[in-house]
Design a protein around this ligand. Structure first.
Ligand SMILES: Nc1ncnc2c1ncn2[C@@H]1O[C@H](COP(=O)(O)OP(=O)(O)OP(=O)(O)O)[C@@H](O)[C@H]1O
Ligand SMILES: [Mg+2]
Length: 243
């Protein structure tokens, strides 16, 4: 479904990504891990069109998408969440999600249709479906759910979930993992998930891709990655017991 080949991204003289290649099959749940600053968000930015890659190719369902604008990429079926949620604060929660539902569709559809889809998505992520409150009333976990709802409302085939920036307790991260799992299992949406809580991530994903200093250093089954000396040295620090 997604083929990332030899992608690089430089900022001035700094190489944030170099020669990154990996593939994702339709229906897979892939974990993307690596230390702070290893390039995970930059990679999501390149795939989703927030940044144009400096080199390499990104093919989605057979079509080159590197360098397309974010809206064009969204319309092809890729949605992403942002590490730092920034909803429209003056709109209600429901309006934020309905707006995303409109954005994901090429043709203008009736507002009632967008709102109805928004309500379904709010239920799915575990927010009140009436959604009349403003986002300012939500805590960190609620804002993450809203962020996910906005991405899902666009109707993606591939979801890039960038969830790392703390604020959630372990139980909330477990719930987020369950929700993502359901999104994959019940909606058939392919997922790449960035998360620093390894024990949780490793339990739900099918496969893990590991970045360090902008390069892919390993890729494989969670169990193999949890015991890989390169991955332990660059990131994990110690073996992870997966139970
Ligand atoms: N727009 C930018 N301009 C300059 N440097 C950038 C830019 N975006 C990212 N970088 C740098 O690229 C590197 C990779 O950053 P990135 O945000 O992709 O890391 P990350 O793996 O997502 O880290 P974290 O786990 O902390 O979220 C970092 O050194 C960062 O400072
Ligand atoms: Mg990041």
């Amino acid at each position: 479904m997604l083929s990332v080949q030899n992608v690089s991204k430089t900022f001035g003289g700094f190489r944030a990504l170099q020669g990154v290649s990996f593939e994702v099959r339709e229906g897979e749940f892939v974990g993307l891990i690596g230390p702070n600053g290893s390039g995970k968000t930059t990679l999501f930015n390149c795939i989703s069109g927030a940044l144009g890659p400096s080199g390499g190719s990104i093919r989605f369902r057979g079509e080159e998408i590197a360098g397309l604008t974010p809206d064009a990429i969204c319309h092809r079926g890729i949605a992403r969440t942002f590490q730092i949620p920034r909803p429209f604060r003056k709109l209600s929660i429901l309006e934020n999600v309905a707006l995303a539902a409109h954005f994901g569709h090429m043709t203008r559809e009736p507002d009632a249709v967008a709102r109805s889809r928004a309500k379904d998505v709010l239920r799915l992520v575990g927010l009140p479906a009436d959604g009349e409150a403003r986002p300012g009333l939500l805590g960190a976990a609620g804002l993450k759910k809203l962020e996910l709802a906005r991405a899902l409302a666009t109707g993606p085939k591939l979801l890039l979930a960038d969830e790392t920036l703390g604020g959630l307790d372990l139980e909330e991260i477990r719930q987020a993992a369950d929700t993502l799992r359901r999104i994959r299992d019940e909606m058939g949406i392919t997922i790449i998930w960035v998360e620093h809580i390894m024990a949780t991530l490793m339990r739900v994903v099918d496969r893990v891709v590991v970045l360090d200093h902008g390069e892919k250093i390993a890729e494989g089954a969670p169990r193999a990655m949890a015991e890989d000396p390169k991955v332990i040295e660059a990131y994990l620090g110690e073996k992870i017991a997966l139970g």
